[in-house]
Ligand binder design. Structure first.
Ligand code: PLP
Length: 441
């Protein structure tokens, strides 16, 4: 039977699917489909859900703000929820001073790139117009974001249209080139950064995900790596743009990841969990030093030519304000730190599966790399997508998973209980064992 849906699903080989289960309801951490099946949300509905799917306080806030005004613009006007949220974000984000709103992570990053490029122009420095990044970084699916966060297996079709960047290798402990220790390879990567910075006056900014790369394969940076890049940026007067869209607000066990990495960005982008995962909102924050360069007489044209229809949407901002209040009220970050110890404790259980080559985790994030052979580390592969195989098997075991190639991601809602996290882990292990039995990889 062919799929009758008119929806073109994201990042999906549509030919592989006859139909998609229809989610009609959310109950806590669980998604409920039209047939009444319950699935534990193992990927926080694309890494954004914080409290589960029926948090009364957030839903009430949406209703309350909708009754006042669902949307009014930040062009020439302002609104109280957006003002309040900006104050709060600036307060919790060291060194940051102003907030530019958008409506998703990709746009928050595009804004970061435009601010960085124009910053140098506003200062009268014309030739600083290139970005340096880490290989395998991901910053969204728009053209600027694809250029800077160039993951070849996703974006090679668009390569001709993307602008060039300087890419620095990232230390992935599981796949260190032969001849290096992990420590030596970290130094090699950092030396590459320094050599680039010292030999190239055109670098406007260095861009990286803060704390870890997610879409590039759950690569968690070694201690001190981000801090050292931050220091090199300062030494060579290059802006540091940090992408906290997936890794901030608790995912890696801290509210502001760049703070716990002891690094100092000039621009930082937030998204996903900012609204508890209930509405779409992006925020790009900058320092006072950067913001001030955009001030001047009108005819100097120093202001930022950027603005989306839903920039600073009052409902999204109101729900973000309530979400952040709940973080404080429930001491969520401490709860994440406690609950996520379960990941650490259960790691050995994953390694007992023949298919599991590597397990990487930090905070409420785990990546499980599936390989044909533990020694040779060759990723599992089949004719159909691994994602579909794992998804179907996981579903039959009561959990919702989406893999990245051969990497199973566990990215549950941040407030998940210990019991539910144990369930998610048990069922993931069962899923891995069952696909191993059923498929010839
Ligand atoms: C690190 C990072 N940056 C940016 C984005 C893009 O965000 P969005 O999908 O909201 O455009 C993502 C999305 O997964 C992400 O993981």
């Amino acid at each position: 039977m062919k799929n009758l849906s008119s929806v073109w699903h994201p990042n999906t080989q549509m030919n592989e699917w006859n139909n998609f289960d229809k989610i009609v309801k959310g109950q806590g951490m669980w998604l409920i489909d039209s047939k009444g099946n319950r699935l534990l949300d193992g990927v926080a509905s694309m890494w954004c859900n914080v409290w589960g799917h029926s948090k009364k306080e957030l839903i009430n806030e949406i209703i309350k703000q909708s009754k006042k005004i669902p949307h009014s613009s930040l062009f020439n006007l302002t609104n109280e929820p957006a003002e309040q949220l900006a104050k709060k974000l600036v307060k919790i984000s060291p060194n940051m001073n102003h907030v530019f709103y958008s409506d998703n992570g990709s746009t928050a990053m595009e804004i970061a790139f435009k601010i960085a490029l124009q910053y140098w122009k506003n200062l009268g420095i014309k030739n600083k117009n290139k970005f340096a990044t880490l290989e395998n970084g991901y910053h969204g699916d728009t053209f600027g974001a694809m250029s800077v966060g160039y993951v070849p297996q996703y974006f090679s079709k668009f390569k001709d249209q993307l602008f060039s960047t300087h890419q620095i290798p990232v230390p992935n402990k599981y796949r260190i080139p032969i001849g290096y220790s992990f420590f030596e390879y970290q130094n090699f990567c950092l030396e590459k950064v320094e050599s680039l910075f010292s030999n190239n006056e055109k670098i406007a900014a260095f861009v990286m995900e803060s704390g870890a790369q997610l879409a590039g394969g759950v690569i968690i940076y070694p201690d001190g790596f981000q801090k050292k890049i931050s220091k090199l940026c300062k030494k060579y007067d290059i802006l540091l743009i940090l992408d906290e869209i997936a890794t901030g607000f608790g995912r890696l066990g801290s509210l502001i990841q760049y703070k716990s990495q002891d690094s100092i960005p000039d621009i930082v982008a937030y998204g996903k969990m900012l609204t508890g995962g209930y509405l779409t909102l992006g925020a790009t924050l900058t320092t006072k030093k950067i913001y001030n360069t955009f001030l001047g007489e009108f005819n100097e044209m120093k202001h930022l030519f950027h603005g989306h229809t839903f920039t600073g949407n009052p409902i999204a901002s109101a729900v973000a304000n309530e979400n952040l209040k709940l973080y404080e009220k429930t001491n969520l970050i401490k709860k994440i730190q406690d609950t996520s110890k379960i990941f650490e404790k259960r790691k050995t259980d994953f390694y007992q599966c023949d298919l599991v080559g590597d397990v990487r985790n930090k905070g409420m994030l785990m990546g499980i790399e599936l390989v044909k052979n533990k020694k040779e580390k060759i990723p599992i592969s089949t004719k159909t997508s691994i994602n579909k195989i794992v998804f179907e098997m996981a579903k039959s075991n009561g959990i919702y998973l989406r893999t990245l190639g051969n990497i199973v991601m566990l990215v549950p809602p941040l407030a998940i209980s210990s019991k539910e996290l144990e369930f998610l882990i048990d069922r993931t292990i069962l899923t891995i064992k069952k696909i191993h039995k059923k498929y010839d990889f």
